[in-house]
Design a protein around this ligand. Sequence first.
Ligand SMILES: NC(=O)c1ccc[n+]([C@@H]2O[C@H](COP(=O)([O-])OP(=O)(O)OC[C@H]3O[C@@H](n4cnc5c(N)ncnc54)[C@H](O)[C@@H]3O)[C@@H](O)[C@H]2O)c1
Length: 355
Amino acid sequence: MIARTHAAAIKGLPAAEDIQLAVADPNAAMLAAFTKQFPHAQTFADAATMLAEPAAENDIVVIATPPFTHYELACAALRTGRHVLCEKPLAMDRAEARAMLALAREQQRLLGCCSVRYFGWSPFEETRRLLREEILGHIYHVRFTFLEQRNRPGIEYQPETHWFLDQAKCGGGTLMDRAPYEFSLLNRLFQPLRIDVLNAWLSDPVTALSLPDSVVNDVEQHAGATLRYHLQDGSNFIMSYERASGTHSTERADIEISGLNGAIRWDWPSLRARKFLAHTYDRHGQAETKTISFATSYQGHVPFLEKPLHYFYQRVHGQDSPAVVNEQAVFNFSCVRAIYDCANTQQPQTVAWGE
Ligand SMILES: NC(=O)c1ccc[n+]([C@@H]2O[C@H](COP(=O)([O-])OP(=O)(O)OC[C@H]3O[C@@H](n4cnc5c(N)ncnc54)[C@H](O)[C@@H]3O)[C@@H](O)[C@H]2O)c1
């Protein structure tokens, strides 16, 4: 599915006509469907054969396979001296992610993660500006709530893709699938040096399902955590994080950032998100709210789904880019994984920059 989006994104890159596209997929039907859409692509029945071709300087390998294959494929690609842009979630666990980064460093190649599609969301960019100007004063609490009642990967979303429901193949449910985007935005906003996951829970609310008997369905669809964000200026705040792709709770998708001098609230990027930001502060003892509306959903010119490849390409070519690479990619992933580790062990977890 997503491999085709990345392949289509090539056409927007500089000198796109000179870029050679190669694809490997052991599933012959999938490979045929891919080449129907991209007839000029060179095809391979497995990744090892494709990677055995001589590497050109700045070759990029995009890993667009189920999560349980990311580590092995990313390492194989890095060993051939190619840069790797890996789909989210980066890996299955923190040890895999660390090992991928160590190998990327050894090979002096970049390891990127595709979790950047929501960068540029107008209320998010305005929030970055307000935080840079310290308009809110000391931040003491962030409430992130994104609850969808029926958008479960492998059930309502891409119902034919059953690996989304099998923990051994995907590492987890809604958090593994959706939270990588969220922690990429949250961490770009606050640039923490360390995050503690103080407590966490995972749940899978019961609904009628008509899955084939052979399908393993053992992942969470509703989860939450309390995290402490430690910032570069020595301050810290608590974040209440809640995410669901399947729940009986009321749907909502917003973030509220509370500071001593004001609070801001906006809709998290989603299909129904409104393009506004509400800034509430005190005026002569009364609460006053200023609402900023945005003409466009996103700032910048790179189309939504083309961002992962475009940003990574820019970084590979030494240009300024918001690409999520190396330590940042591992840090963001570790935040997601630490929520599972905390929920499963009932022990607080710490994620530290450069650990
Ligand atoms: N579908 C989406 O909307 C979407 C969006 C963003 C990110 N992602 C992420 O992208 C990744 C792939 O998701 P998808 O929905 O495209 O999955 P998919 O099941 O549609 O496609 C995965 C493909 O990988 C192939 N594959 C499996 N093992 C392989 C191997 N060892 N070597 C080469 N090919 C192999 C499969 O045959 C299949 O064609 C996942 O990590 C997912 O979380 C998906």
